[in-house]
Design a protein around this ligand. Structure first.
Ligand SMILES: CC(C)(COP(=O)(O)OP(=O)(O)OC[C@H]1O[C@@H](n2cnc3c(N)ncnc32)[C@H](O)[C@@H]1OP(=O)(O)O)[C@@H](O)C(=O)NCCC(=O)NCCS
Length: 342
């Protein structure tokens, strides 16, 4: 058994291999999904994909994603881990473990401060190698179309569905500013400082590519104040509660008496002609924490790779993710937008 980097000329076989290895999962990702995640990633690197090869055949793999995340108000170099899989006939022989150990050496060699991954069923595997889950809190709230109705008429915020024009040159710079200035307030969001990441990855994952179940394809909305872009929201319909995949908003001039998230979602309810809709969103984006169903998600895991490169040297994962520097509070401000998920 050999563990080595993937070669460019093996990419096609690799896409087929991972598609097959994930087949048994509920709602398995398609080959196009893996191809899209590879080719729309401006930081992609074939050398960051490791494979286990037995007798000339691929039997396992892991992919390392080069990213930065906002953490304690700093941009922190972070290596994402994804596409971890072993051929069905080779499982429980330590192959995934060996591949992840190789990934950890790669991360140290390339001086990443942190590593992040998302897992449903394999958390034991990662815990055994030092990754720790960090809770993400979500609220589910029923929001009527006429919330803050006295303010509706005078509201300076316009909420409109938008298409690809939002990623075009004139808009993109402003969108990037709105995103950065919102996401820096949380711990965990991906730093999106590459135009191609917006034009390819973000655009593809926000509705450009139609999902297998069409109703679930993400829909995006621009928030404008006096014509100028002030926010961006991406929603996913198709289940009982509409999920907020990402949220950004800059509007310091807006009265603090309103929860802007509630207001915007009620406007969306109105756009669809519904009296009331149920929304699920990351708890840290909302100022008002009342009458909500709260769900804790423990599927995101982190590991410190180079303690000296952390925004606060030698801190633990809990120190890094549960403190909110800007708001100087110890509320959980851990956020990872669905759009960036690998
Ligand atoms: C999860 C997966 C990658 C594990 O691969 P593997 O090569 O069998 O894993 P390893 O043999 O290295 O296992 C190492 C340890 O991980 C844990 N582990 C592995 N598979 C597990 C499973 N299905 N359930 C619970 N724990 C598991 C065990 O602690 C195991 O140690 P043990 O064998 O001493 O009990 C493999 O089952 C797979 O390809 N699944 C389908 C794709 C997938 O779900 N990938 C994970 C995405 S997050």
């Amino acid at each position: 058994m050999q563990i080595r980097s993937l070669r460019e000329d093996e990419l096609d076989d690799w896409f087929l291999f991972i598609t097959n290895a994930f087949q048994r999962k509920e709602n398995p990702p398609t080959k196009e999904y893996f191809e899209r995640h590879y080719f729309s990633d401006p930081w992609r690197e074939c050398g960051g994909i490791f494979v286990a090869v037995d007798d000339g055949e691929l039997v396992g793999t892991v992919r390392n994603f080069t990213r930065k995340i906002y953490c304690c108000s700093c941009e922190t170099s972070t290596c994402g881990v994804g596409e971890v899989c072993t051929h069905e006939n080779f499982r429980r022989r330590g192959i995934a473990r060996m591949l992840l150990e190789r990934s950890l050496s790669y991360m140290s060699e390339n001086r990443f401060a942190l590593s992040v991954l998302h897992t449903g069923t394999a958390s034991k595997l990662y815990e055994g190698l030092g990754w720790t889950p960090v809770t993400r809190e979500f609220f589910t709230r029923r929001i009527p179309f006429d919330l803050y109705s006295s303010w509706n008429v005078a509201s300076p915020i316009e909420v409109c569905p938008c298409e690809s024009e939002i990623f075009e040159e004139e808009c993109l710079e402003r969108l990037m500013t709105v995103y950065n200035r919102t996401s820096v307030k949380y711990n965990g969001p991906i730093v999106r400082d590459h135009e191609d990441y917006w034009k390819k990855w973000v655009q593809n994952e926000s509705g450009k590519i139609c999902w297998r179940d069409e109703r679930r394809t993400p829909r995006k909305f621009a928030l404008r104040i006096q014509g100028s872009l002030a926010g961006f929201v991406v929603l996913q319909f198709g289940s009982e509660s509409i999920r907020v995949r990402e949220w950004s908003f800059l509007g310091d001039q807006i009265s603090k008496k309103f929860d802007i998230v509630d207001f915007v979602l009620s406007q969306i309810c109105k756009l669809y002609g519904e009296r009331e809709m149920s929304f699920t969103f990351p708890a840290p984006i909302s100022d008002m924490k009342r009458h909500d169903v709260q769900v804790s998600d423990n599927t995101t895991m982190y590991k410190v790779i180079c303690p000296r490169l952390l925004p606060k040297k030698n801190s633990t994962i809990a120190d890094l993710f549960c403190l909110n520097e800007l708001q100087n509070s110890s509320v959980n401000s851990h956020v990872f937008w669905d759009t960036d998920r690998f």
